[in-house]
Design a protein around this ligand. Structure first.
Ligand code: GDP
Length: 361
């Protein structure tokens, strides 16, 4: 086992120490699951009762990708669905080191102090690239994990973004069925992970650091547009002045975009996650967002639109998989690539040919 994996396995999963070994890696959890007989009805009941161990086991089932679990997973999700959808889902992104875990810890504790139950999930596509994840390779949120009303789940690893996104969406439903009111979905801004998280959450929060007046440089195109709020973290000590300047600059940037249909104009806030300053203001801003969008119907509409998006996405993924795994296509592809290289055909003609070939099968 690599040291990264060892560290990752130290991530808390909130399972009671007696029932599950906290030092297990995701792969070990799945392996252990293979040996267990699953009483699906019992598992569902326990999830609905808010049992964290059962919730964890069900998420491990979702992550296992084993065909034999498919029907169990479907049954679990179907039974949980009527109890899901009641939470609010908040996406949180920012570069490594910006303070995501510190912020989530402070923010989560704030929510818990107000009587909420908080689940933290992560979408980390780096796990599929490096096999060790940016979000998972250190012990994080040590205080939050001790809370009875918190559930923290490390990201599913060794997967494509599409796979991780799907599993996270399904995990969100299970967390909601287990009674979690606020679901925080964390991501690092790698590849398309922000877009994926944006399309599975109601509110999208971008964490930033104040720089030397070049705040907008190096910021990914489209990310400002996705953000419902930008929180400038580490606004403490000597950083305060720069943070205030950054606030002005981000506000200006946000105003360059046309007003959103949802009746909400994105806000910029200052916070110090470390000193627990400004966190309550971030929460009251987010509460205001939910009040606004629930009143004007946008909240519901956005979730419907997201479901349609994921429906289309699933169909596209399945069609693609079907195409590339088809034996005739697999055999034909090398010759088509050769023709493309030799300029003997155009990409469009070749695509048409291959699709016809698939349809004939
Ligand atoms: P992540 O990689 O985005 O999850 O960032 P972390 O939460 O691990 O924080 C990275 C470093 O920044 C840690 O050393 C934190 O203690 C520190 N940090 C996080 N939030 C703040 C803050 O508000 N103020 C200051 N001064 N440091 C912070």
């Amino acid at each position: 086992m690599s040291s990264k994996e060892t560290n990752k396995s130290a991530l808390p999963e909130n399972e009671s120490a007696t029932s599950t070994n906290l030092s297990q890696t995701s792969a070990e959890r799945i392996k252990a699951l293979r040996r267990q007989k699953i009483d699906v009805e019992d598992l569902i009941q326990k999830i609905l009762d808010g049992n964290k161990t059962a919730l964890s086991r069900a998420i491990t089932l979702i992550e296992s990708q084993q065909k034999k679990h498919n029907s169990n997973i479907k049954t679990i999700i179907k039974s949980c669905l009527p109890h899901a959808n009641k939470s609010i889902r908040i996406g949180i992104t920012g570069v490594p080191g910006v303070g995501k875990s510190t912020f989530i810890e402070s923010f989560g504790l704030q929510l818990i102090s107000e009587g909420k139950k908080v689940a933290v999930l992560a979408v980390d596509p780096t796990s599929s690239i490096t096999r060790g994840s940016i979000l998972g390779d250190k012990t994080r949120m040590e205080k939050l994990v001790l809370e009875q009303n918190a559930f923290i789940r490390p990201t599913a690893s060794g997967e494509s973004l599409g796979g991780v996104a799907r599993k996270t969406r399904e995990s969100i439903l299970l967390c909601e069925a287990a009674g979690y009111d606020v679901i925080l979905v964390e991501t690092v801004g790698v590849g398309q992970s922000e877009t994926a998280v944006h399309s599975m959450t109601d509110f999208f929060l971008l964490l930033k650091l104040a720089g030397a007046g070049d705040e907008l440089q190096g910021i990914k195109r489209g990310i400002i547009e996705m953000a419902d709020a930008i929180v400038i973290n580490k606004a403490d000590g000597e950083n305060i002045k720069a943070a205030k300047n950054a606030k002005v600059e981000f506000n200006r940037a946000l105003h360059m975009y046309p007003a959103k249909q949802n009746g909400w104009s994105p806000k910029v806030k200052l916070a110090s996650a470390l000193k627990n300053e400004g966190i309550d203001k971030v929460w009251s801003m987010i509460s205001k967002y939910f009040e606004t969008t629930k009143n004007n119907g946008y909240f519901e509409q956005k979730r419907i639109d997201q479901n349609k998006f994921w429906l289309k996405q699933s169909i596209e993924d399945a069609l693609k998989k079907n195409f590339y795994q088809n034996e005739t296509i697999k055999k034909a592809l090398p010759e088509i690539f050769r023709k493309i290289e030799a300029n003997e055909t155009t990409p469009f003609e070749a695509a048409e040919y291959l699709l016809d070939l698939l349809n004939q099968n």
